[in-house]
Design a binder for this molecule. Structure first.
Ligand code: SF4
Ligand code: SF4
Ligand code: SF4
Length: 333
């Protein structure tokens, strides 16, 4: 029984529960309409295309607001504040989520994050060679892509569409390529979101990219940890507010850290900065999903800590590190 009691095991149970809620929520709440109305203001990453979904992703309203509301500042001379009100409300709900959970939404609740984890577990069980940590250079090259996707696909292209510079297909281009749209609908038995559109060159390109991206994500997840998360546009949005989060990763880097690198090896997002930091400070990085694995796998007392406000939820220690390594071996056997 002791072997089951790890932070990662607890996280898997919560991830599975959240997956059922976000992907099949409308079944729990009887109808899509009820499920949607009960939970649509949660700024989570389940999908508005999923008719069995129990929640609403904040990226779709942001694109629609750029296309239909913010653009009216330029096309109809609408006043800035009323035109921005919807966007501010969406960002406000994201800020509240971050205040309460910070980026733990990713590590503990996101259905797409869990879906990728499951494929990595399948790849490991099939004996596929796991890539482990990506190099610093690779990580640094990949990191800006999420900002590019957020700025262009979530904000700029929908805004240009609303102003009239682009065709209708660019009104919600991120949703058009989002792997969560394909995953959540397919998991509910609806395959209609896997298609190649011939309506226009734009629709054709976006639908092709979507199918390729989903396939690539599944294939990569078999041997790379969290492949899509590295370019997910939810991370830039969460990063805007991460300083206000009550939940955070705190490193006591001026105590006993010997730069052993265990934390980075355990980190599914390959955040090298957690090893490098030598001060006592909040080290919740823009890419961190607050999964807590770096705390579980740090072998020194009190160096890595998961804190909620002033309360320490988990702290690293020699004893729990030894236990964790044994459990890891047991799971792999
Ligand atoms: S980065 Fe995106 S896909 Fe990954 S867990 Fe977070 S919200 Fe989900
Ligand atoms: S695992 Fe702990 S001791 Fe090792 S580098 Fe990371 S923070 Fe430092
Ligand atoms: S830094 Fe720690 S908490 Fe954040 S993603 Fe990496 S292992 Fe998880």
């Amino acid at each position: 029984m002791d072997k089951l009691l790890t932070l990662t095991a607890l996280r898997r149970v919560i991830q599975l529960t959240a997956f059922v809620f976000f992907v099949y929520g409308a079944m729990i709440f009887t109808t899509f309409y009820t499920g949607d109305k009960l939970t649509q203001s949660l700024p989570a990453l389940s999908c508005a295309y999923d008719m069995k979904g129990g929640d609403f992703c904040s990226l779709i309203p942001l694109q629609h607001q750029m296309d239909h509301r913010v653009s009216s500042i330029f096309t109809q001379g609408e006043k800035v504040l009323p035109a921005l009100m919807g966007t501010l409300i969406t960002l406000g709900t994201v800020a509240v989520l971050i205040l309460i959970l910070n980026k733990a939404f990713c590590g503990w609740l996101c259905p797409l994050g869990f879906f990728q984890d499951v494929f990595t577990m399948i790849g490991t069980k099939l004996g596929l060679t796991q890539l482990g940590s990506l190099s610093r250079e690779a990580v640094n090259k990949i990191r800006p892509i999420k900002w590019f996707i957020f700025l262009f696909l979530v904000l700029i292209l929908p805004l240009l569409t609303g102003i009239g510079f682009l065709g209708h297909e660019w009104g919600n281009p991120y949703c058009s390529i989002c792997p969560s749209r394909i995953m959540t609908t397919a998991m509910g038995g609806d395959m209609s979101q896997i298609y190649i559109s011939q309506a226009s060159w734009g629709y054709f390109a976006l639908s092709l990219i979507a199918d390729l991206m989903f396939g690539l994500m599944v294939a990569l997840a078999l041997f790379v940890r969290q492949p899509f998360c590295r370019i997910c546009p939810m991370l830039p949005m969460q990063t805007l507010f991460k300083k206000i989060g009550l939940l955070r990763l705190v490193k006591n880097g001026d105590s006993h850290c010997d730069s052993c690198g265990n934390c980075v090896k355990a980190c599914p997002m390959d955040i090298y900065e957690i090893q490098d930091s030598t001060e006592h400070k909040n080290i919740t990085h823009a890419d961190c999903t607050l999964c807590g694995r770096c705390v579980e796998f740090c072998p020194h007392d009190g160096v890595m800590n998961l804190k909620y406000g002033p309360v320490t939820l988990l702290t690293s220690s020699k004893e729990s590190f030894k236990k964790r390594i044994k459990i890891d071996k047991w799971w792999k056997e």
